[in-house]
Design a protein around this ligand. Structure first.
Ligand code: ARG
Ligand code: ZN
Length: 881
């Protein structure tokens, strides 16, 4: 807590550590009223550091120091200096052993950083800089050491004691206590340290690696969740196999453990050999988790597992390099999900998130490069830019090199840097060295913030049969960065003839009809390029930026006719979907500017009619294509958006579609009615999704048959996707009585399951019918709401401000001031969550003046809160600059 300005850290000021630590010997004494941490470090001067007589400087936060000893000799208070965040020992030999004993209070730790308690169990979260909340340590990722950890605790309340590596010793102690000692043979940075102690049950399995080693797999959960681990375990085994087959990466310890905890700031954490997960990202059963949750669990289990190589074996030199592990690992998990599910749908989902939320971040006050140049509080930089844009950057390298050279590059990277803490530049260098490609200009993707904009124009020369495509790129200014250079952009495209056939792409240089490709990746490196395609007897329809081959905006004057054409003919499923999105956006935007419902584009209705009846097309794609662009995306696309007008226009289009297609929706509902047993396959997921979309549309127009179907589905459902689909449709309808009955019954049935109660909160707080501010206030008073649990806070406050946009942007400003109140309240207990929740307000400059001035005042009120945390300070001040 501070009122002064937090310090800015600069990449340009990076210095190698003055001291290295080879081994860390930890002993934890865990008690009800606190924990004593004994730490013995073997320290030596870093031969690569210029600071030969530097003092030993250790980081610490909220620690009570009890002892310090150097080579076994207790130090006097005059031998060291203890400040608020450091322990400095001025005179140290070149090599020595340091022992530090600290006292901490996990039971009072509400920030959920370092060692804390969640539902009675001890657990840790050390990334990025919270190992220092446990003991004094050079808490930076380029200090890598081997850890040995002894945990002592009460045997009855904490029968299970876990840390990284392999357990090497255990035994009983006096007073009903016991201990277990763990040893991790792999040197690791402190952020990968983990400890868990509690009353847990384990689900066991085994995995045989490609070289024939047997690995014990364990998922630890509270006893009530014992039956909800199967999906995570299957996902883990699939991930392990996939990483062997796709990247040649084998697991390295004898045991791999996952622990589920209810109170967790983020999704999950890849601690070496001991991943700790937010319960909502690991526990699932057919009755309690939706299809989406099943898919997210699979992706997150894979993500954390993949970190064992991309993150742990090869880690980050400093936190500016965060995307080295996160961007690469997100790319890896996205490829995995595509391989085990529907690749087109996975791509659509990723691009939706990127274009809606990351583009908004990149255009806002917190915009930063994939490799930031400075930060105040690193936890504010676990962003969509680092993760999602970072993954897109790796994907572009994959596109430019092709799969074989990319694999050569990743092999070289892992081999060259195993056991090291490195930079994004080292990653790119390995890709260059393995492929022989020059990625100098490509590196700008790591350095320049902002979403590049591609403006495309074309003309057709009928006489010569030449089609010319001109692509201009510009990268917008972002805070602290202006006058940017053109970036190296892989631009995949195809050209379609009048009856939808793929035309051969003959660029002027490469003649010869025989082997002209039907899809090419153009490489853009300059501010403007013109490409000439020869031998075309007709003007083609271009299919641009296929598969979303680069994270850019494309501006091209599509006609609605062309979009309708691409929607039904583009061989690239992603671009088919995208054409539909562009058409829907165009239709909604016209309605925003001239609200005349009688003019709603009939071709949109007909395109949806065709989709509803098309059982030949991949049903997963059909389900996606029937989803209208979200309000958040429409807002992101607009200049000075008027939220209420966008909300109204979108609802009008939805109602118009539902009214016009009422019979088709009913037919689609019945065609996709539940058949056979519940399965998590792309086909059955698509069926449930189509059916729930049909239901939602029918209830949107208060269709009584739809209402009956929803009530029936609610009482028949044997899985959460169907149950939630029906509940959501009712909650978002005008059937007020049915809504309250359905909500009450649902709560009654699932009140003992926190993960389901979170969904119950979200379905209300995201709804403009059930989630207006007074109702949100009531949810905060609900007995199941808990200010100490981030999931509950997110599912009410976060979902309201992030998804219930018309309610949040109430023109009277009440939504903004509500959010400001909650953010201030949370800042004292959990600043990391407070700084995340404030995000919607930081976008104030984008909105129409009536909104933006109120948003700004709410932010100013937060800025003026006494004792603002560093987390919130950075976000709020940068947004107001
Ligand atoms: N490394 C984790 C991941 O898998 C994220 C943990 C971030 N934690 C934090 N407190 N910032 O993405
Ligand atoms: Zn990660």
């Amino acid at each position: 807590m501070r009122t002064d300005q937090p310090k800015t850290i600069y990449l340009s000021e990076y210095k190698v550590p003055a001291h290295l630590v080879d081994t860390v010997d930890l002993r934890f004494e865990l008690f009800e009223d606190g924990a004593r941490v004994h730490s013995t470090l073997s320290v030596r001067r870093n031969p690569e550091s210029a600071e030969v007589s530097a003092p030993l400087t250790l980081d610490g936060d909220s620690l009570k120091l009890e002892h310090v000893a150097l080579n076994g000799e207790e130090l006097a208070a005059s031998d060291y200096e203890e400040t608020e965040d450091q322990l400095v020992i001025a005179k140290v030999p070149a090599q020595f052993e340091l022992t530090v004993v600290t006292w901490i209070e996990p039971q009072n730790n509400t920030r959920l950083e370092g060692l804390y308690k969640s539902s009675g169990m001890f657990c840790t979260q050390c990334e990025a800089e919270s190992f220092r909340c446990i003991t004094y340590f050079p808490d930076r990722p380029d200090v890598m050491a081997r850890y040995r950890t002894r945990i002592e605790a009460d045997k009855s309340s904490c029968p299970v004691l876990l840390s990284n590596g392999n357990d090497v010793e255990k035994g009983d102690l006096e007073n009903g206590r016991h201990f277990v000692t763990w040893e991790d043979p792999f040197p690791k940075p402190s952020y990968l340290f983990a400890l868990v102690a509690g009353d847990l049950v384990e689900k066991k399995d085994t995995f045989t690696t490609c070289s024939g080693r047997g690995i014990d797999l364990r998922i630890f959960v509270e006893p009530r969740n014992a039956a909800k681990c199967e999906h995570a375990m299957d996902s883990l085994k699939r991930s392990m196999r996939w990483d062997e087959e796709t990247y040649g990466r084998e697991y390295d310890l004898d045991i791999f453990m996952i622990v589920a905890v209810d109170d967790f700031n983020m999704g999950a954490m890849e601690n070496k050999g001991l991943n700790i997960f937010n319960s909502s990202c690991v526990l699932a059963s057919q009755e309690t988790a939706t299809d989406l949750a099943f898919q997210q669990i699979e992706a997150i289990v894979a993500h954390e597992y993949f970190h064992n190589w991309s993150g742990n074996r090869v880690t980050c030199r400093d936190w500016f390099q965060l995307s080295l592990k996160e961007g690469f690992t997100v790319f890896r998990d996205a490829t995995f999900s595509a391989d085990v599910g529907s690749p087109t749908v996975k791509r659509i989902e990723d691009v939706t998130l990127l274009r809606t939320a990351q583009f908004a971040e990149d255009a806002g006050p917190m915009a930063h490069p994939v490799r930031p140049a400075s930060y105040m509080e690193i936890t504010n930089f676990y962003t969509l830019t680092i993760y999602e844009k970072g993954a897109e950057v790796v994907r572009m390298i994959h596109t430019l090199l092709g799969p074989d050279l990319f694999r050569k590059g990743s092999d070289l990277y892992f081999e060259r840097h195993d056991g090291q803490a490195v930079t994004t530049d080292d990653f790119v260098k390995a890709m260059e060295d393995a492929s022989g490609r020059n990625l100098t200009q490509f590196r700008l993707w790591y350095e320049q913030a902002g979403t590049p904009m591609l403006t495309v124009s074309d003309d057709y020369d009928a006489k010569q049969g030449i089609y010319r495509l001109t692509i201009q790129q510009s990268v917008p200014d972002t805070p602290g960065q202006t006058g940017k250079q053109p970036q190296h952009i892989p631009f995949a495209l195809g050209l379609l003839g009048a009856s939808g056939e793929a035309l051969p792409l003959r660029l002027e240089s490469a003649q010869g009809a025989a082997n002209a490709p039907e899809e090419s990746v153009l490489e853009l490196t300059e501010a403007s390029h013109t490409f000439e395609f020869h031998g075309l007897a007709q003007k083609p329809v271009p299919s641009l930026l296929r598969h979303f081959s680069a994270p850019v905006r494309v501006v091209y004057p599509w006609s609605r006719e062309q979009l309708v054409f691409l929607m039904s003919h583009d061989p690239d499923g992603f671009n088919r979907w995208d054409a539909g999105q562009r058409l829907a956006v165009d239709v909604i935007q016209s309605l925003v500017s001239s609200p005349d419902v009688s003019e709603i584009e009939p071709r949109l209705v007909e395109a949806c009619r065709a989709l509803l009846g098309d059982s030949a097309l991949d049903q997963a794609l059909v389900a996606k294509m029937l989803q209208l662009p979200s309000e958040a995306y429409l807002i992101e696309l607009a200049d000075s958006p008027d939220v209420a007008a966008i909300h109204r226009a979108r609802e009008q289009v939805l109602s118009h579609l539902a009214t016009s297609l009422r019979d088709e929706l009913v037919a689609c509902y019945h065609r996709n009615a539940g058949v056979g047993t519940y399965e998590i396959t792309p086909e059955s997921i698509a069926r449930r999704s189509l059916r729930n979309t049909a239901l939602a549309w029918l209830l949107m127009i208060n269709d009584d048959a739809g209402r009956e179907l929803a009530l029936q589905q609610l009482s028949d459902a044997d899985n959460m996707t169907d149950r939630m689909g029906a509940l959501r449709a009712l909650v978002n309808s005008d059937y007020a009585d049915e809504r309250s009955t359905a909500l009450a019954d649902f709560y009654e049935r699932f009140q003992d399951d926190p993960q389901v109660v979170e969904q119950w909160f979200s379905v209300q707080s995201s709804s403009d019918r059930a989630g207006q501010l007074p109702q949100i206030q009531a949810l905060l008073q609900h007995p199941a709401f808990d200010w100490k649990n981030p999931n509950k806070i997110r599912s009410v406050v976060g979902v309201f401000a992030g998804q219930n946009l018309s309610a949040f942007h109430n023109p009277d400003g009440s939504g903004y001031s509500f959010l400001a109140d909650q953010v201030c309240r949370l800042d004292d207990s959990n600043p990391q969550i407070a700084a995340r929740l404030v995000t919607p307000l930081t976008r104030w400059q984008k909105f129409a003046p009536a909104y933006s001035s109120l948003m700004r005042s709410a932010l100013e009120r937060i800025r003026d809160k006494p004792g603002l945390s560093a987390d919130l300070y950075e976000v709020v001040h940068k947004s107001l600059e």
